[in-house]
Design a protein around this ligand. Structure first.
Ligand SMILES: [Zn+2]
Length: 217
């Protein structure tokens, strides 16, 4: 998950919302399309929860909706009081991936497909909450706070191995590590020609040692 800074709502959506009797359920398709495009753009084309690329490639037949609109505060909360005003509140909406809907395996559902109508605290728009999240070397995403950690694990299922989420993160981490090691090693060569300060050389040695330990070599 990454922090989402909400932008301006699209004009089409604003005009629809200002109409009498407007509800999420009777939103015209073209307004929904503009809304989804604006949400996707402000999220840099990433799912608000698992950060996979959206819209997903519709290669599989089951992928009828390569991205959808998620209400962070649910439209029909399972354990909370319904707030109709949140249905058309732009700040309550995110673009999300399919969450593996239609895969036939409940354990492989992620994101809003797993969250369903639960009310959770893990809001991607809350910078304080997002700053508490961290990644382990095996690619799992964690939070120090137990409640948030449980929401990652159970409500959103963001460590879903059936969907290879930790495996994919680990692959990215390994790639970054390799790139960093390459930069560090080329910097070490620069050090021999006198371009590095003593401090940066200490950092270089520390980074090199860390990379070796992490890669088990
Ligand atoms: Zn997702």
């Amino acid at each position: 998950m990454i922090y989402i800074r909400k932008g301006e709502e699209p004009r089409e959506f604003q005009e629809f919302r200002n109409q009498a009797d407007s509800e999420y359920g009777n939103m015209p398709g073209k307004v929904k399309k503009a809304l989804l495009a604006a949400l996707c753009t402000e999220q840099h084309g990433l799912c608000a929860y698992c950060t996979c690329r959206i819209p997903e490639k519709a290669a599989e037949k089951r992928l009828q909706e390569p991205m959808t609109i998620e209400h962070f505060y649910p439209q029909h909360p399972g354990n909370g009081k319904r707030q109709a005003a949140m249905d058309l509140k732009y700040k309550n909406m995110h673009a999300v991936c399919s969450g593996n809907r239609g895969c036939g395996n409940e354990k492989a559902l992620t994101c809003d497909a797993s969250k369903k109508d639960k009310v959770i605290q893990l809001n991607p728009c809350n910078e304080t909450i997002i700053s508490q999240l961290y990644y382990q070397y095996d690619g799992t995403i964690r939070a120090k706070d137990q409640k948030l950690d449980n929401e990652l694990k159970f409500a959103l299922n963001l460590n879903c191995r059936e969907r290879s989420l930790p495996q994919n993160r680990k692959a990215v981490l390994t790639e970054i590590q390799r790139s960093c090691l390459g930069i560090l090693l080329s910097s070490r060569n620069a050090q021999s020609t006198g371009f590095l300060t003593q401090k940066s050389y200490a950092f270089l040695r520390y980074g090199h040692r860390m990379a070796k330990e992490k890669s088990g070599r």
